[in-house]
Design a binder for this molecule. Structure first.
Ligand code: PMP
Length: 468
């Protein structure tokens, strides 16, 4: 089949996730056929550096035979069995042990799911159940953050703070509130009514104060948990000011509120530690995980459950009426286990912390001097560029869709870099080399130059024409 055949069938039968179906039908999908290392190859033979590791998940890169072998061996042995009705199987048991060994010491249990969204559904069930068992059933409110992403099931989208999703997904799960995000560049520097910009650390403390104010407004006796990504991923690779997490920790301790650290992106080395929570010194009660757990080779997620919650569920809970057909799926678990073994054997996490993260930071920072860039930030192997209008240093008008333009120019030049509004983000495989980081930064710079040239040359109307 040719590219056009795939596109025709895709248009006829396939509804893509997070996609304007009609617009994609008119444009036609890009067909990705193969992957090797940090590169993907499309049906036209273009080799593209995958600066997003798929969807923040292909941490060991493409084409790892060891993972293929792990899946094959397990499928021969036992392709599927469940973990219901007092049964289990070796892959689930081994993976549970490995995860709890890698997790912080107070975490010794895991509940498996098929995805990050299911992990967050599980979180909601667990925190409300925990407080009910503790004799405080009124503690039901969960506080999340605006512009957070926690998945696309009804619970996931309710916990998340994505306004466009909320507009389509309602009515949402009751008793979930949202507070402001620690997004200094977007809301501290350029926020409404702030002409001068605010000191980032003062801004971080102000965000933590907003959490406290929300707790007091809802009544501390009614608040079960706070859920947050250590670094917001889908919201735009938002790295909080240093003051933020210590101040949030204090607030949560003061009112005895559980902390849920959504590690779906930050877990498994992205920030240079096994979990983002370790980087920030958090001690979460619950950690939803997925994605990098299996380097995305097979779908698997879970919730790492701290002793405080686990002991209560075990000792006082009786049967927990919750679980999925694919909870701890043996083939997925075997691949995740092998993935973690390889990460340990190859010292992937330490390399991100000590070598690749600092190297990316230094190369990425050089892009901050580009006239289109208002801020370049990174931590471990996650990074963002904030695009601004060189004419006045302000954000572009949204209708210009400059981020989308830059993303399309990136793709055309052989780099996947995602846009969230006018924030360009990267999250490459953790096995990227220095030379490949140089290549990534070079392509990003070329795309910025091309974006600038396009903006200078064309009117808005012409831009839309060229992109169509
Ligand atoms: N939490 C976070 C922080 C995520 O980034 C995502 C996915 N991008 C999810 C949860 C949901 O995971 P999934 O798509 O596997 O359901």
């Amino acid at each position: 089949m040719q590219t056009s055949d795939y596109q025709r069938l895709d248009r006829a039968h396939h509804l893509h996730p997070f996609t304007d179906f009609k617009a994609l039908g008119e444009e036609g999908s890009r067909i990705i056929e193969r992957g090797k290392g940090v590169y993907i190859i499309d049906s036209e033979g273009n080799r593209i550096l995958d600066g997003m590791a798929g969807l923040w998940c292909v941490n060991l890169g493409y084409g790892r035979e060891e993972l293929v072998e792990a899946a094959t061996a397990q499928m021969r042995q036992l392709p599927y069995y469940n973990n219901f009705f007092k049964t289990t199987h070796p892959p689930a048991v081994k993976l549970a042990e490995t995860l709890c060994r890698l997790a912080p010491p107070h975490i010794n249990r895991v509940f498996f799911t098929g995805s990050g969204s299911e992990a967050n559904d599980t979180v909601l069930r667990m925190v409300r159940r925990y407080w009910a068992l503790k004799g405080q059933p009124e503690k039901q409110w969960v506080i999340g953050r605006e512009n957070a992403y926690h998945g696309s099931t009804v619970a996931g989208l309710s916990l998340g703070g994505m306004a466009p999703m909320h507009e389509q997904g309602g009515p949402l799960v009751p008793k979930i509130a949202h507070v402001r995000q620690p997004y200094w560049f977007g809301e501290g520097r350029f926020g409404e009514g702030r002409s001068e910009g605010q000191d980032p650390e003062a801004f971080g403390r102000e965000c933590a104060a907003a959490l406290e104010a929300k707790i007091l407004e809802l009544g501390e006796e009614n608040v079960a948990a706070f859920i947050a990504e250590p670094v917001q991923g889908a919201g735009g690779a938002i790295i909080p000011p240093a003051s933020y997490w210590p101040a949030v920790k204090e607030v949560l301790a003061k009112y005895d509120i559980l902390l849920v650290a959504d590690e779906v992106i930050c877990g498994f080395g992205r920030l240079g530690e096994w979990f983002g929570s370790v980087h920030y010194g958090l001690e979460p009660d619950l950690m939803p995980i997925a994605k990098g757990l299996s380097s995305g080779y097979l779908p698997i997620g879970g919730v790492l459950v701290g002793d405080r919650v686990a002991d209560t569920l075990i000792e006082e809970g009786g049967e927990f009426f919750h679980g999925f057909t694919y909870s701890g799926h043996p083939t997925c678990a075997a691949v995740a286990q092998r993935n973690l073994e390889l990460m340990e054997a190859e010292g992937v996490v330490e390399r991100v912390r000590d070598d690749l993260g600092p190297y990316l930071a230094q190369r990425w920072q050089a892009l901050a001097k580009h006239p289109l860039v208002g801020e370049a930030r990174s931590l471990g192997l996650i990074g963002a560029l904030e695009l601004i209008d060189p004419a006045n240093g302000e954000r572009f008008d949204e209708s210009l869709a400059v981020g989308n333009l830059c993303r399309d120019l990136c793709f055309a030049s052989g780099l996947v870099m995602r846009s969230v509004g006018d924030t360009m983000i990267i999250s490459p495989p953790l096995v990227i080399t220095h030379a490949e980081i140089d290549g990534l930064v070079g392509k990003a710079r070329a795309a910025l130059d091309a974006t600038l040239a396009r903006l200078a040359d064309t009117t808005t109307d012409q831009q839309e024409e060229t992109l169509a």
